[in-house]
Design a protein around this ligand. Structure first.
Ligand code: MN
Length: 288
């Protein structure tokens, strides 16, 4: 039925914090401008410290944080300090350079579960001014008994207020048990569905949570069906005309730009300070 699975890869982004990386995948670097997609948790925090991502830099991208459970405290070098909760949106435009931290706050629930995604900035916006935006509530729409929340972009008659620099969409999809859910799509976009729990059926294919499921351009809609209910996330966008380089926390069209950003971070230039973070500053790995 023309849907291609890209298996998720497990990786550890801090001690005891394992994530499932959906993008970049082997053979699939981008879905529209989406160049990075990590699924973390559900992580039982208990007596542990939860998420402790200390100050680190970004260039050339926007970070998008979306939670299903729990809370994360964001701080950045613009002076932003923002708690994010489920179905809210944090979107940070790195542009020419920003530093941020993301941590489990002192008062927290038992579990944290969510997605960390990056949108590559097109070359003409790669050096944009850094910015941070938070949205408390995003537009939602019922499709039968299923519920779709528009995190990024425009879908049907709903539009997310999130600022983006190339055509893109991101939807949280809560599929009702046993009722087909027809989802209209923009045929100019490519899309990928990440099932988070519950099997999702698409025609005779079962889209299981262990993979990112890619749909090429030209589809006006897809019909999903979850026999026992499911939670999934869809990303998409116009095919990105460039092949950006991803290295560590940087996205750029050329290696010298990445090398300069690394040098500036290591020498305490450009990115500014993140005040109030508990976790330690993250050093850049060597660039050979
Ligand atoms: Mn980050």
């Amino acid at each position: 039925m023309g849907v291609e699975p890209y298996p998720l890869r497990e990786t550890e982004i801090q001690p005891r914090l394992r994530v499932r990386r959906a993008l970049p995948a082997s053979g699939r670097r981008l879905v529209g401008p989406w160049c990075f997609l990590d699924h973390f948790g559900p992580l039982e925090i208990g007596a542990g410290r939860g998420i402790q991502l200390g100050p680190h830099p970004h260039i050339g991208l926007q970070t998008v944080t979306w939670l299903f459970q729990g809370e994360i405290l964001h701080r950045d070098s613009l002076g932003s300090e923002q708690l994010i909760r489920p179905r809210q949106l944090n979107i940070m435009t790195a542009g020419r350079g920003i530093a941020h931290s993301e941590e489990t706050p002192a008062h927290h629930g038992d579990t944290v579960h969510g997605l960390q995604m990056w949108l590559a900035l097109p070359r003409e916006h790669a050096a944009a001014s850094p910015a941070f935006d938070h949205f408390d509530a995003l537009p939602t729409r019922e499709v039968g008994g299923s519920q779709v929340t528009v995190a990024v972009g425009r879908w049907c008659d709903k539009e997310s207020p999130a600022p983006v620099y190339s055509p893109a969409v991101a939807l949280e999809i809560r599929l009702d048990a046993g009722e087909p859910c027809p989802l209209p799509l923009d045929p100019d976009y490519e899309h990928a569905l990440l099932p988070l729990h519950g099997d999702v059926r698409f025609h005779d294919v079962t889209l299981t949570p262990g993979a990112l499921w890619y749909f090429d351009r030209g589809r006006r809609w897809i019909e999903l069906y979850a026999p026992t209910g499911a939670l999934a996330f869809l990303v998409g966008g116009e095919r990105f005309a460039e092949r950006p380089i991803l290295w560590w926390n940087f996205v750029a069209s050329d290696l010298p730009t990445i090398r300069r950003a690394r040098e500036d971070w290591e020498h305490g230039r450009r990115f500014g300070a993140v005040n109030g973070a508990s976790a330690a500053r993250v050093a850049a790995p060597p660039l050979r």
